[in-house]
Design a protein. Sequence first.
Length: 242
Amino acid sequence: MKVIVLSDIHGNVTALQAVIESLEQMPEVEACILLGDVIDYGMNSNEVVERIKSFPVRVLCNIWGNHEHAIMMDDYARFSSERGRQCARYTKEILNADSICYIKKEMTPAGYCEFQIEGKKCLAVHGCLKDPYWNCLQSEQELSEYREYDYVFSGHSHKPHYIEKFFETDDPSRRNKKKTVFINPGSVGQPRNLNNHAQFVIYDFENEDVLFKKICYNIKNEQKSYLGQVDDFYKKRLEFGI
């Protein structure tokens, strides 16, 4: 099975549409993993939710990120800046009833979920198990708590990564090693790796082939949605991938 892995769309409908158009050229992709933060920062959260509702492939899991959690719980205390809190409150004001219903009923509020693909145990988590909403999973961390999983898909950092960790186990046929693969697809709508393209992953479970995709989209068109509703920082950062 081939899947598309998306995270941190952040209300950027132009970037998401570019991803969907790219996906339409990849008929071998069968399913999607959504890692949270569909909404906020961008001015088109409702439009993003609408497109996700009719996504062209089956959605395997769809979890809340910290922005869904903060806005649905009306709790903005953990944002690192006042502009972030103000932006989230604005998004709360403009979300329509259909979007709120979708977030509450069709997304997984816990910020993580487990599932199986081709006999492999998978974890999708927005941040990390210790803090599913607000902390990032990073290579320098102690990762032994994830050893039971074959694959761990995470987001939140807005920076892509691929990590293979090998844990000791009682399996002489595999030289007593157990492998866990960690994948972060980066951000569709608000990348922070100094690349302003919409970013995602195509993963092939049959041969363990990972493809990090970066798709050009019309940034200026998306920026036209910003009319002073929130701090201009969120408009300008799209140009630089910061």
